[in-house]
Design a protein around this ligand. Structure first.
Ligand SMILES: Cc1cc2nc3c(=O)[nH]c(=O)nc-3n(C[C@H](O)[C@H](O)[C@H](O)COP(=O)(O)O)c2cc1C
Length: 368
């Protein structure tokens, strides 16, 4: 984040505050961003035997999963002994995700959190793709011995950390376990830790980012999901809070204007170069077959990778431009030597400081 940009944001915000401009001073929502974030990212406990409360709590854990642009593009249908995760197509992002690939991957991430939380509460989840049920993932819950796994314990710790990392390598054991937990049915993880290979990936990221930033539909869609102020992030409970990406928060009227000035190709591509060069490695998730069922499995695999990373104190962030730009994806697949398989996600990882966490809508808002 260039200091000049921070300086301008801060200067204008304080001038606004002094001039008594609306929402330039401290946040106006009942609860501050920090309070809501703390309330969101925590373990909970449910009274033994309270089935209804337990199902709600499992949904709450599922919603702590990552989703593209933090759209939270999911709905949960509660049944006696089962929870179905359905796509919420009103939260599609057609510019960045025209075939809903990311949308279904996000549902898979939610399903993995649900399964880990269910097991910690003595329920084994059996997930099955349910095309007739609206392309849903139906998770049947069977009583079993409770196990609070390492992945479950890491759920409140996990985040997408879009900052600089320390550039230090991971141990062989850490890399082997990440590769193992990130693999699944028709899904493989390719770990790149050689600088030369990571620089090659960076070239694809810059190419893809250039294409996306020259696409007005992409920029408009992205901007629509940005929450410039903590107030706005609290009010909507979704979207990309500016501070979660290492950008200074600002009142929406100001942030929106400054975005148009400072969201430039050069500054963004320079940022990605710094981020990749500060990372320990890049993980690429690859899948065998196209379609919602496989993409949900990719999501489950990525979420296990992200939770195991969090358990190790390792951060991660997505760099999906090479797989989002449809003209670039086949070239990227050739570079990876994966034949007809699809590269689904590009994830950099390494150790570094946390950033402010993203928020979530309350459980009642996501029940079908
Ligand atoms: C399928 C998928 C694609 C994503 N693509 C990107 C991306 O290209 N760039 C990025 O910075 N974050 C990406 N994210 C991360 C989301 O923006 C992030 O999960 C969301 O903002 C919630 O924040 P959290 O992960 O810290 O809880 C993606 C997440 C998912 C599940």
């Amino acid at each position: 984040m260039s200091s000049r940009r921070e300086f301008v944001f801060a200067a204008l915000a304080s001038v606004g505050a002094m001039a008594g401009l609306p929402s330039c001073s401290s946040e106006t929502s009942a609860d501050s961003y920090a309070t809501v974030a703390e309330r969101t990212w925590r373990h909970g406990n449910v009274a033994v035997g309270d089935k209804a409360a337990l199902l709600h709590e499992l949904v709450r854990y599922a919603t702590l999963a990552p989703s593209s642009h933090n759209t939270q593009c999911w709905k949960f249908r509660l049944e006696d002994g089962a929870i179905s995760i359905l796509p919420d197509l009103s939260r599609r992002c057609p510019a960045v995700d025209p075939d809903d690939h990311h949308l279904f991957v996000s549902l898979g991430c939610a399903a993995e959190n649900l399964n880990q939380a269910a097991l910690a509460n003595g329920l084994k989840g059996h997930a099955g793709f349910d095309a007739a049920g609206g392309d849903a993932l139906r998770v049947v819950l069977e009583p079993t011995k409770p196990v609070a796994s390492t992945l479950y314990q890491a759920i409140p710790e996990r985040q997408s950390t879009r900052g600089e990392y320390d550039g230090q390598p991971l141990t062989r054991q850490e890399l082997d376990l990440l590769e193992k937990v990130g693999a699944g049915d028709g899904v493989q993880v390719i770990l790149l830790t050689e600088r030369q290979a990571m620089e090659k990936v960076l070239e694809y990221v810059v190419q893809g980012n250039t294409a996306q930033m020259n696409d007005p539909a992409f920029v408009a869609e992205l901007k629509q999901w940005i929450r410039f102020s903590g107030d706005e992030a609290v009010r909507t409970g979704d979207g990309l809070y500016a501070a979660s990406s290492g950008n200074p928060a600002a009142p929406t009227w100001l942030g929106s204007r400054l975005f148009d000035v400072f969201f430039t190709l050069k500054s963004e591509n320079d940022k990605y170069a710094k981020h990749v060069r500060s990372s320990a490695g890049i993980a690429i998730f690859v899948s065998d077959t196209p379609g919602p069922a496989q993409w949900m499995e990719v999501g489950r695999c990525y979420e296990r990778f992200a939770l195991q990373s969090a358990a190790f104190g390792i951060r991660n962030a997505m760099l999906n431009q090479p797989v989002e730009v449809s003209t670039l994806r086949p070239q990227f697949a050739d570079f990876l030597g994966i034949g007809k398989r699809r590269p689904d996600l590009v994830v950099r990882f390494g150790r570094g400081p946390k950033l402010p966490s993203s928020l979530r809508r309350p459980v009642p808002a996501v029940l079908a």
